[in-house]
Ligand binder design. Sequence first.
Ligand code: DGJ
Length: 739
Amino acid sequence: MHVTSLLNVSENLRFALSNARISYLFQVSPEGLLEHVYFGQRIADEGALPAVPRRAYRCTTLEFQGVENYNLSDTPQEFPLFGTSDARQPMFHAINSAGNSTNVFVYHSHEVLADKPPLDGLPSARGGDSETLIVTLKDAVSQLRVKLFYTVYRDHDVIARSVQIFNDGEQAVELSHALSSSLDLPADDYELLHLRGTWSREMNEQRMDLPAGRFTLESASGTSSNHHNPFIALMQKGANEQHGQVIATALVYSGNFAISVEQGEFDSVRVSAGINPFNFRWLLSAGESFTCPEVLHCFSAQGLGGMSQTWHRFIQQQISPPQFNGVARPTYLNSWEAAYFDVSEDVVLSLADKAKSLGLDMLVVDDGWFKGRNDDTSSLGDWYSDTAKFPNGIEATAEKVKHKGLKFGLWFEPEMVNPESDLYRAHPDWVIHVPDRKLTTGRNQLILDLSRSEVVDYLFERIDSTLSCGNIDYVKWDMNRLMSEIGSAGLAKQQQLETAHRYMLGVYGLLGRITAKYPQVLFENCASGGNRFDLGMLRFMAQTWTSDMSEPIGRLAIVNGASYLFPPSVLASYIGPVPSHQNDRLSSIKLRGEVGFFCAARGLSLNVEDIDNDEQALKEFIELYKATATDLASARFYRLKYTNNEVCWQLTSADHKTIYLGYFHILSAPNLPYRRAHLRGLDAGANYQLKSNGEKYNGAALMRMGIDLPYVHAMQFSNDTDYMDRGDFSSRLMVFDKC
Ligand code: DGJ
């Protein structure tokens, strides 16, 4: 079906945002309120709709401002508020200039834009073949005005929403809830899927039946966090990888967030998302405006697999820096687990020689290269080379590495300072803090107050002065602690609770300046692994250090969980040492290399001795990584199997010519059942040749009948080594070429 206009506004003010597959509908009620009508699979916008959102209840329910039988506690709305007849989570809550919190916004006007405007000071999805509806609502009493932004895309089943709040009055207003989106859905049987964890165990999938009441995922310590990713999928009960309806929500924001799902007294469901209202206040002075972060809602009628395909394509095309879209990531050797803080020019150059002889593309110097940084107790903030380790500066070492024919990468943790540093001694008030309190530390460090422009300027100047040498191809941007004693010396007393959001605006401003000045430098987002792994950071950085968990069995759940939202193109991995520094497990190079294969950015973090011990096996992986790097940068990812003991993933190259199938079997046992995998998205009429044995298989058969997976047993009772595997922690990477 070809849909020419993505946006349709009827005479009686019903707004229809549709592409060929989805529709998002809402309307203006006779009272001027915005009523949500529908979000899901496309329905034609012309013609009558059966849905009537007005519901009448008796007894303790209220009638909105005296309108008979009009109660908002079960009326689906676009901009729900507290204070009249709805006590569920409001999208907006403010103490107005009269000192009370009753604010009632009614429709004032709307406009349609041919594309999508960027958000003021905040990252947001890019536009393109899209249309944006802006609806303006006003509250005549409190003299507040809001603009609700909705973008619909022709090629993506995603609706982008955000809000701008204006104070048109003469006195300041105090915002406490400034959420970005609220989606009211009809009563039904739903399940939830979300991603939770902690350091080195990020992104673990959780599923649950939707509880009655309000269930909230949130962060309050300054980053989106590894505790809960700012993402949730609400599934029609029984939806699985390929079937059933899913509405998913993700925030383009990296600070304190809240996503709540509320099943109210009449069972209808409200999904709200935005800045966490807890510990947030914003003084909106007369004439000022406030922009809320962007929220994305995605709809899939093909289950969680369909949802992930939608997110992956959207992130690649509308979020990730476009200059790296589909571009092969360099294979690398990172100094961290090879040398920790003991880096020096000699160490770096010998690692570079090793990297070169292995055929790697890049050498990355991780932590430890700057003034006095010999362990984690000092020096963050002092972004000058340690001349005892790098006598002519890191820039000169970078040049030597580049002369060897390698790219050069460098680690920074710009947002942090150690009390033991020249920067802190010179500017003790440049940290996030509150007066008269001892400060809590994390990894011996404090957080610089990036809500202050002088701090942002200092960091820009320091990073710029290093990158301007022209020999840095990659930056790993780390961030290793959460916020405590949250306040800023740069803000007035009434504005202290603005600190965390203003900090994020400072981080985005700094990242915006640096990445605009160095568009060809590949930035990797890292926060002790995945402690700030979200679409806000990905707007500036093409990839993320997925987790400090480099041990492959520990990584399976993390990559599987991450794949619900994130494509392989934004994931980074490396083959680390054994026993694992994270969980003490021993694992083969084969397993480490094959699990790592499913991330686009791939490398090693091993010392010279470790490399020498496994040189041949490592060389083979590096060859494979390089040969497949372009495919990984744009491949489609499918979760074929995920249980406590088995994982099977499929990658299909963007040209559909190569299929990579990874099978990971954790613990062996006697007489295990035989398993099959059913491949997805193949050409039913084509044949696919398995590289290892030259066998050809028909696409329809691979999808419908499936292919036998390696059989794991304690004894090798068949000579077919393509079919047998032994013992714990076995893995197999199968490559099929379309013929
Ligand atoms: C935490 C990161 O996740 C690690 O990869 C490493 O860069 C260390 N920081 C360095 O301090």
